[in-house]
Design a protein around this ligand. Structure first.
Ligand SMILES: [Zn+2]
Length: 202
């Protein structure tokens, strides 16, 4: 499944030309816009915003949340050290990988948002669905400001959907993120309604 997803990512990357050139790394560029988007959402709601830490990992790394294996997931958020981790073992931080990083990091940023402010989620499943919803809201924003193409937003939706929990992972892996339909619906709720439709106060 993981290798299939990676193959999909690179197949998609090959046909998504980035619309924004930057001297920053691909991840820094993606993160800069995601962070600015959220700073604006907080300002609109009259709330104070603090950016999370960002750290690349390429081998198993001890964090305040325990060890993180970079081969298990392209990204992770640890509330205890308020850090978004991203795996350069999963995919390179270089041009051509934009669509993966936009998709992954906008989701992980969503968990940072949940740590910053009460967004009304009370279960792991609800928090994962809301992070997908926040990802969809961000991607539609990125499209609206001309940072990504409508096709890129569709591909982010496809990537999110393809990472849905599947029956053959059970019971060893808990179905925390929701199935393909649930993940796609959550992402589309954010695309169509923005962050307040996901539960962000405002
Ligand atoms: Zn998540």
């Amino acid at each position: 499944m993981r290798h299939f997803l990676l193959a999909v990512v690179f197949a998609l990357s090959a046909i998504v030309a980035p619309l924004a050139a930057s001297a920053q790394s691909t991840v820094e560029s993606a993160v800069g816009d995601i962070d600015a988007f959220w700073a604006q959402q907080f300002a609109n709601a009259g709330l104070a915003y603090t950016s999370p830490n960002l750290r690349a990992i390429d081998s198993t790394t001890d964090t305040s949340c325990g060890p993180i294996d970079p081969y298990m997931s392209p990204g992770a958020y640890c509330a205890a050290d308020d850090t978004v981790y991203y795996s350069t073992a999963w995919a390179p931080d270089e041009p051509g990988s934009e669509i993966l990083w936009w998709t992954v990091l906008s989701h992980e940023w969503g968990h940072h948002i949940q740590w910053q402010v009460d967004t009304g989620v009370t279960s792991v499943f609800a928090s994962e669905q809301q992070a997908d919803c926040f990802g969809g809201a961000y991607m539609r924003h990125a499209e609206n400001v001309g940072l990504v193409s409508p096709e890129a937003v569709s591909m982010a939706l496809s990537l999110t959907q393809s990472a849905g929990d599947v029956w053959f992972f059970l019971p060893a892996d808990s179905p925390a993120h929701g199935n393909k339909a649930q993940r796609a619906l959550a992402f589309m709720t954010g695309m169509n309604g923005g962050v307040t439709a996901c539960g962000f106060p405002g």
